[in-house]
Ligand binder design. Structure first.
Ligand SMILES: [Zn+2]
Length: 1015
């Protein structure tokens, strides 16, 4: 065996596998296009609004809101946007998550996105007009940020911390009066955790809220003009502190000190007067009692003894739990989305579920296959007993049973607008209760079953001027569908109504005194009473998140309060407490939600926001145009296209790439070219993919030469008088030219079927490259290339394959930690060589105790059929450290040792047994985050490092020399050891392992490096 043979064999196992395997992702989750949207374009003065017909009515309002924001922001930034502004608008979050305009999975917390390449704003309806208006204003601030940074070449923009960028978007869209940000500041102040300027980058401080507070402080103290000036300055340098000291003439320390003093001044006395939630009753669910840091949407059983809530306690998704409301002990998990693809969403941000009157069933709003759905769960067994998927509803929220236990009332988004429906579980029919552009939300039916209380903006919002008022409570008669407004507080918001058991009173949440608290309305008299006086507030993720539950029979109250950065669920059992005190304040106290240092609302931002009519067009254009799916350049130079990753390694191709797509991202065209000197060594690739429908497909052409060094020599030629140094290298070249087509049909987020076919030519050539230097002074004299006709005949190969792919795993820092993944694939290759590839790969991950994962993998990959062991192939190699550890890098000395020192140069059994046409390997690993092990939690701390103990086993065999498992002579190779894996800046996982290979004669312990994530 020569050194050359070793190196060429250790070259990545690319060969014939690369072209077929690299087109599709080996694992990975799916973004499913459940619907084929029929987009049109509404052209306003500055915007191209992309929408589909069912959301036409909503989009007419959105188009006017967008122009009004454009007018406001162009005044503030003193500039117009270059070119037209694309706005891709979806009717619901469930539709939005199917967008192709953005890659990757979109989380439930994502309310909208503005991307930098084409400055597209992509967003769903946020329900009520006021909420949609906020998201729109927020995203348009980002469009201005991108536009200004690209036109001024302000390269510092991309380095700016989130709190600066997102905080500005919040401040300019929300202004200096905001109950949510005020609550976060009060909470930080109460727990003595106000951030300094330098601490704002710490993820502990949510960048949207604290960034909002930061800019409100700058605007309040120095004026809103300085807000824009400071941002422009920070954009140039990418250095917030430097910009602050230049523009505001204040040091970071002084800023932090003054800011904290202003917050204390604004809210200090408020905190002294108000109470904490535990003064009203027991904590039902918190970190120590059944829950996590986030415990949302409480729903008490009719007798008040059990509670269903949403929590992140299992860390990987916000799941639905049933617990004993006395002890907090979790009885069972009712639904999850982390490793179960059945539901796309449990609607944890804006919805709460409901108990049936007999306490035996629980109804939860969910998203299933991209549509709004209701799931009814048996609370005794945890089984899903009924499921209703609504083709015409985007998202359902806050279902609630009628007293008959047969019907459910809920609000839902249709065409981006929130209305109310009643659904009959027995007949499967639904009745629409309201139909208008206003929002009607959070309906609950009275104990007598005759009317429903709900939350609405219909009494305070004007559609002609699109000026938004506060949310009020309304009543709707279920027979006549007549609605009426209920008494409430002037200018304050009223949400989350719940009936008292006798139907005489309504509990609800209001921020009338500045903090969101529980209030009570007696319907007969109109008397308003305040039940809680929390210093922080009753709160969910957004001001509209349902956070209050009153038990249908017992009248027990449960609510979520935010305290010390956590959302915990508290109860009120004492009837005297539940009765509350007469309301002292009947109109909104705006000063309590004014962000410091302002003592009254003011400034340019607030003035522009308060002016509803300036910049507002009378109406949206009537005509819209059909969507044209023309391709245009999206970006240049991302070096990703030519990189192919095959099953067991990586091969590198192109270096320059162009990427084209249409506005909606449905069609994509990529071109990549990599030039390495001569034309012969130029690689190129072009692909086209179409993602519009559920079945995604792509076609492509590629041409890639792989070079390997076959030998090297150096000699001195003195024949021409002057001595010349000649350096010669022998280059083997394999050139792959292929055409391929790939299709993927996803069933849900976790499962898909793939098909692919390809035709390939593999050419072989050999070349001698000579470089000449002067042997006297080393100067370069020239180079020469000479082709040898030693190459083999080219191969022509066609292949077809199909694969079933499953991936419900959750990835930690360097490897999956929960769930499972699998790939079953087979397909024939025919032409110059005929064989069939078979792959079965399954992995399962358990977490018996946090933060420790038990991981298992079993994989078989083999080539079968006549051509499977054709000598023109590279054999499959088992020794890669990501297959089995401890067997790579066997040296000639080890061969000699194995053969008793008498080994011939052509044979090395210890080494040869790692190669074959078939591989079978299995791995078991105990893995845990290093930092988390010390803390006993699943946390990575400052270093994304995992440690692992492993046991690997595997065997490679051929049709002649079979594995002992199959009655042959090739024994299983096994090893055990420990590994350390690190995630390097999110780009690369590096593993170093120390393995003890039991069947390796020359070595007891082997250090190895690997550059791939754990299996
Ligand atoms: Zn944003």
């Amino acid at each position: 065996m020569t050194a050359n043979r070793l190196t060429s064999l250790l070259v990545v196992l690319s060969g014939l596998l690369a072209a077929s395997a690299s087109e599709a992702q080996y694992f990975g989750r799916n973004k499913v296009q459940y619907r084929d949207f029929d987009f049109e374009v509404l052209k306003t003065k500055h915007f191209d609004v992309y929408y589909y017909p069912e959301e036409r009515e909503k989009v007419e309002h959105v188009a006017r809101l967008a122009e009004r924001w454009y007018d406001r922001l162009s005044r503030l930034f003193e500039t117009n946007l270059e070119g037209r502004q694309p706005l891709i608008f979806y009717a619901s979050a469930a539709d939005f998550r199917q967008t192709n305009a953005l890659g990757g999975e979109l989380g439930e917390g994502t309310g909208g996105v503005t991307e930098g390449f084409r400055r597209r704003i992509i967003m769903p309806s946020a329900g009520p007009l006021a909420e949609t208006d906020h998201v729109l204003g927020h995203e348009l601030v980002h469009a201005f940020q991108y536009d200004i940074s690209s036109r001024n070449r302000a390269s510092g923009f991309l380095r700016l911390p989130l709190w600066m960028v997102e905080g500005l978007a919040e401040y300019l869209s929300l202004g200096p009066v905001d109950s949510q940000t005020a609550m976060w500041l009060r909470d930080s102040l109460a727990s003595d955790k106000l951030p300094t300027l330098r601490e704002l980058g710490n993820p502990r401080f949510f960048p949207y809220r604290y960034g909002h507070a930061f800019w409100a402080y700058v605007g309040g103290r120095w004026g809103d003009e300085k807000v824009i000036e400071l941002f422009r300055e920070a954009m140039k340098s990418g250095d917030p502190e430097g910009a602050i000291s230049r523009v505001l003439q204040i040091s970071s320390e002084d800023f932090s000190r003054d800011w904290a003093a202003a917050i204390r001044e604004a809210y200090g006395s408020f905190l002294e007067q108000q109470k904490s939630a535990s003064e009203y009753g027991p904590v039902l669910i918190d970190e120590k009692r059944g829950g996590g840091e986030l415990n949302l949407s409480p729903a008490l059983s009719p007798d008040g003894r059990r509670i269903v809530f949403l929590s992140e306690r299992d860390l990987f998704s916000v799941d639905l739990y049933l617990a004993d409301a006395e002890t907090g002990k979790v009885i069972r998990k009712l639904a999850s989305t982390a490793t179960d693809p059945h539901f796309d969403s449990l609607q944890w941000i804006g919805s709460a579920g409901a108990w049936s009157p007999d306490g035996q069933r629980f109804a939860q709003a969910v998203v299933r296959k991209g549509k709004g759905a209701l799931a009814v769960i048996d609370t005794g067994s945890g089984e899903r007993v009924q499921e209703a998927v609504f083709d015409d509803l985007g998202e359902i929220q806050t279902p609630s049973f009628l007293p008959d236990g047969r019907r459910i009332i809920f609000s839902a988004l249709q065409g981006g607008i929130v209305d109310m429906w009643v659904y009959d579980l027995a007949s499967g029919t639904k009745q629409r209760l309201t139909n208008d552009a206003f929002a009607e939300m959070q309906p609950v039916v009275s104990p007598d079953g005759r009317r429903a209380a709900f939350v609405t903006d219909r009494f305070t919002t004007r559609l002609d001027t699109l000026s938004f008022g506060s949310y009020r409570l309304g009543l709707i008669d279920l027979d006549t569908l007549e609605t009426s407004e209920l008494p409430g507080y002037e200018g304050a918001s009223h949400t989350n109504p719940q009936w008292s058991p006798d139907g005489a009173d309504l509990y609800f949440l209001s921020d009338v005194d500045g903090a969101s608290n529980v209030h009570r309305l007696t319907l007969a008299t109109g008397e308003l009473r305040q039940v809680t006086d929390l210093r922080t507030g009753v709160a969910g993720i957004t001001p509209l998140s349902p956070s209050l539950s009153v038990a249908r029979d017992s009248g027990r109250i449960a609510y979520t309060a935010r305290e010390d950065g956590r959302y915990s669920i508290y109860g009120i059992d004492d009837p005297a407490r539940g009765a509350g005190r007469p309301a002292t304040r009947l109109a909104m106290n705006e000063s309590a939600i004014l962000l410091p240092p302002r003592s009254e609302p003011g400034g340019t931002v607030e003035k522009l926001r308060a002016d509803a009519t300036t910049g507002l067009p009378e109406a949206a254009p009537e005509e819209s145009e059909p969507y044209k799916s023309g391709l245009s350049l999206e970006y240049v130079g991302q070096p990703t296209i030519g990189v192919g990753v095959d099953r067991f390694g990586t091969s590198v191709g192109g270096s320059t790439s162009l990427y084209f797509s249409d506005m909606l991202g449905n069609q994509n065209l990529g071109v990549a070219i990599g030039a390495y000197g001569s034309l012969r060594d130029t690689s190129g690739q072009v692909f086209y993919s179409n993602l519009k429908k559920k079945f995604d497909w792509s076609v492509g052409l590629r041409h890639i030469p792989y070079l390997s060094l076959g030998g090297y020599s150096q000699s001195v030629d003195g024949s021409s008088g002057t001595p010349i140094l000649l350096q010669q290298s022998l280059i083997f070249r394999q050139t792959y030219s292929s055409a391929y087509a790939v299709g993927a049909l996803p069933f849900n987020r976790a499962q898909r079927f793939e098909v692919q076919t390809s035709f390939q030519r593999v050419g072989f050539s050999t070349e001698v490259r000579t470089e000449a230097f002067s042997a006297i002074d080393g100067s370069f004299l020239g180079r020469d290339r000479q082709n040898l006709d030693a190459g083999a005949d080219p191969l022509y190969l066609g292949s077809v394959s199909g694969a079933l792919v499953h991936d419900s795993s959750v990835f930690g820092a360097t490897a999956p930690i929960l769930g499972s993944r699998g790939r079953l694939e087979a397909g024939p290759t025919f032409g110059s060589i005929s064989y069939t590839d078979v792959l079965a790969d399954y992995r399962q991950y358990f977490m018996p105790v946090r933060p420790v994962t038990l991981a298992f993998r079993l994989t078989h990959f083999g080539r079968y059929g006549g051509g499977a062991e054709d000598p023109r192939f590279r054999s499959l190699y088992l020794g890669y450290p990501n297959l089995i550890r401890g067997y790579d890098g066997i040296t000639a000395a080890e061969c000699a040792a194995d053969l008793g020192g008498a080994g011939s140069q052509s044979s090395c059994p210890v080494y040869d047994r790692l190669f074959g046409s078939r591989l079978l390997f299995a791995n078991a690993e105990v893995r845990a985050p290093l930092w988390g092990l010390f803390k006993g939690q699943l946390t990575y701390g400052p270093l994304p490092v995992d440690i692992a103990l492993f046991a690997d086993a595997g065997v490679a065999w051929t049709s002649q020399d079979k594995a002992s498992l199959l009655g042959g002579s090739r024994d299983l190779l096994t090893s055990v050891g420990a590994a350390l894996r690190m995630n390097v800046f999110g780009f690369l996982v590096v593993e170093t392992s120390l393995a003890h290979p039991f069947q390796r004669p020359g070595k007891d312990w082997v250090w190895q490096w690997s550059f791939s994530p754990g299996f």
